[in-house]
Structure formats: structure tokens, C-alpha cells
Design a protein around this ligand. Structure first.
Ligand SMILES: [Zn+2]
Length: 86
């Protein structure tokens, strides 16, 4: 009998596959994502995956996922460049 089987693997979007790493197969993408999260990997809702390596490229990828910083200026607040006498 010849039949097709489908499995899912987890690969870091930053560092990709490593040749010397064992490939782990999962039955569903949900099980793959849950297993990766339990191992300290970040898995986003749109299935972007970042491993827990803390080098500069991984930190940059994590920073890119963060929302923009909030507007620090309140309504009516004067900036340092504003002269209040004018
Ligand atoms: Zn990685």
C-alpha cells in the first residue's frame, strides 16, 4: 500500500533549519505550536515562529512584533522647544 501522510514541523523564522538538528514531526499545526510554546518559542497567531535564541537578529525580530510606542505627548503639553511667552 502506498499512502500519503502529512506531518508538521516547527522552524524558526529567523535562523531556519539547522542541519544537525533532529526534525520533530507533529500530527497537527496546533500540537506543533503548543509544543514550541512549551519549549520557550514564540508562536504568533499568524504562525510566525521565533526560537528562544537571544542574539541580535532574534531580538530584532521580536522588537518588530511589538506595537509602536504610545504617543508620549499629552494634549496641551508644551514641548521643550516651545517658548510659553509667545
Ligand atoms: Zn531562531
Amino acid at each position: 500500500m502506498i499512502r500519503a501522510l502529512t506531518f508538521h514541523t516547527v522552524t524558526c523564522d529567523v535562523c531556519g533549519d539547522k542541519e544537525d538538528e533532529e526534525i520533530i514531526l507533529f500530527d497537527t499545526p496546533e500540537i506543533a505550536a503548543d509544543t514550541a510554546r512549551r519549549s520557550g518559542w514564540l508562536v504568533t497567531a499568524d504562525h510566525r515562529v521565533i526560537c528562544p535564541t537571544t542574539d541580535r537578529p532574534h531580538r530584532a525580530a521580536l522588537d518588530a512584533l511589538l506595537p509602536p510606542p504610545p504617543d508620549a505627548e499629552a494634549t496641551g503639553q508644551l514641548t521643550f522647544d516651545t517658548d510659553p511667552s509667545t
